[in-house]
Design a protein around this ligand. Structure first.
Ligand SMILES: Nc1ncnc2c1ncn2[C@@H]1O[C@H](COP(=O)(O)OP(=O)(O)O)[C@@H](O)[C@H]1O
Ligand SMILES: [Mg+2]
Length: 464
């Protein structure tokens, strides 16, 4: 017996159960998940290999004179050419045809910028502001909702900061590893993620506790293999370089999720362990904050221990949110959870601190901003204006437009800054890039403002 839906009827009427059964296939077992996972893995390697050099390394595209003088080194094209000609030791670029446009690697662009910074007009900004005696700023991008643009925003900001001349470290705290894929990271297991740094922080705490136990004549608690191994590791062991000359990466992969189970166990064993200080303490101890200018932390869509760690380490917190009711609503609850989570950590700490007559704990961020992402002005203007009314200064003034360039860029390139503008209509490219440049400008304003505040505070202290 075979039914077929009469003309014009919606497709969910008259589905034949026997046909449905024959289309169903066998039930899936646990083994089935393994088969699916292997198929995905094979497809993934195929896809990634398409954007790679033969050596298996990802390669960043070249930059043309047009792009350099328009976006990166703000001088007239004619002047740029004259300076290159007058300085034959500077990178001269390469062209595909004899009289064609000259193209440069980002490394070469950075060298050219350093030259213009040293020799060029002092009235122009060739090198971005960075107080030399102050540590790098840590920036966390977080929201417990997935798909709001955390990773895209963090990746684009990292790339624009790198193009702007900053030295950037990207830390992937999401075990899904999207950020790691974007930067072509290779991560075998949790020992190549931040996991050993958290373990080392706990191990150092345990070790100092053991000292105290011994002083009291008590038996020390032995450190297990994981902790003993972690004590030997430094942040620099985990940092990998990427196809961007001035972006480095600490990657993530699925096993990092293990940290969400391990951290609470450590907290149970060591009640006094200040897990929220882990990343800051370790980065400071290893000199990471002096080696970089800006450190971006991409977080998982959950308020777990890894996110709390990232948020506590951050100087600047960006919360991407779409201009839709559901995302606005869920972002409100995210801030509510931040309030209660950090509030309860402070409360517990301050009770202990008061008992010991020590200073209490008060978390503080240089700046916290919600950032509208994937904005569609034709549909979302009203909601965005309402969000602006309620959030006021907490909402970043710039709305990051939805741009098809992100999806179109293809599998070799990740986002607008890696795309070759010749693949697009020039107008489309300029508009798509404009919205991410403006996202970066809004962020850079926060970055410079908070560095400047620290700089003035340091001068104040020095004057006293
Ligand atoms: N400005 C944008 N325009 C168009 N698509 C975007 C934009 N920002 C993000 N996306 C897309 O939205 C999806 C979710 O973004 P992602 O950054 O992975 O979110 P999250 O990290 O919060 O889960 C991705 O497919 C990404 O390509
Ligand atoms: Mg993400």
């Amino acid at each position: 017996m075979k039914h077929s839906a009469p003309e014009g009827l919606p497709p969910y009427f008259n589905i034949d159960p026997d046909q449905a059964l024959s289309a169903l296939g066998e039930p899936t077992t646990t083994e089935g998940f393994g088969t699916i996972a292997r198929a995905c893995e094979a497809g993934r390697s195929d896809l990634t290999s398409r954007g790679l050099e033969e050596s298996g390394q990802r390669r960043l595209r070249l930059f043309s004179t047009w792009e350099i003088t328009r976006y990166l080194i703000p001088v007239a094209t004619g002047h740029f050419r004259r300076v290159l000609k007058a300085n034959p030791t500077l990178p001269q670029g390469r062209s595909e045809t004899k009289s064609g446009a000259k193209w440069f690697t980002l490394d070469e662009v950075l060298r050219l910028r350093a030259h213009f910074g040293a020799e060029g007009s002092k009235a122009k900004e060739y090198l971005p502001y960075r107080p030399s005696n102050l540590p790098a700023k840590l920036v966390a991008v977080a929201n417990f909702k997935g798909g709001v643009g955390k990773t895209s925003t963090a990746a684009h900001l990292a790339m624009s900061a790198a193009l702007d001349g900053y030295k950037v470290l990207v830390v992937d705290l999401d075990s899904q590893g999207s950020m790691t894929s974007i930067f072509g990271g290779k991560v075998a297991d949790e020992w190549q993620t931040v996991f050993p740094l958290l373990a080392r922080h706990y191990a150092s705490y345990q070790r100092s506790e053991n000292q105290r136990r011994q002083d009291r004549g008590e038996a020390p608690q032995p450190l297990d293999d994981t902790l003993a191994t972690a004590l030997e590791m430094r942040t620099q062991d985990l940092i990998q370089s990427t196809h961007w000359p001035n972006i480095d990466l600490i990657g993530a992969q699925l096993n990092l999720y293990w940290a969400e189970f391990q951290i609470p166990v450590w907290r149970m064993q060591g009640r006094g362990w200040k897990l929220w200080d882990a990343l800051t303490d370790i980065f400071t101890a290893d000199g990471v904050l002096d080696e970089y200018d800006v450190i971006f932390l991409d977080t998982p869509p959950a308020l777990g221990y890894l996110t709390i760690n990232g948020l506590a380490a951050a100087d600047i917190l960006l919360v991407p949110v779409g201009a839709s009711f559901l995302e606005f609503d869920s972002t409100g609850r995210f801030f509510d959870m931040l309030h209660s989570t950090f509030g309860s950590i402070e409360e517990a700490e301050n009770m202990a601190a008061r008992a010991l007559g020590r200073d209490g704990l008060a978390f503080q961020w240089d700046a916290v901003r919600a950032v509208i992402t994937r904005y569609d002005g034709t549909q979302q203007a009203e909601l965005a204006a309402l969000m602006q009314t309620y959030l006021g200064g907490t909402l970043s003034p710039h709305r990051q437009d939805f741009t098809a360039l992100i999806g179109q860029a293809g599998e070799q390139v990740q986002g607008i800054y890696e795309a070759d503008y010749r693949d697009f209509n020039r107008e489309t490219y300029v508009r798509g890039r404009e919205t991410f440049d403006a996202t970066y400008a809004a962020f850079k304003t926060l970055l410079l403002g908070s560095w400047r505040r620290d700089e003035l505070a340091a001068e104040q202290v020095a004057a006293e």
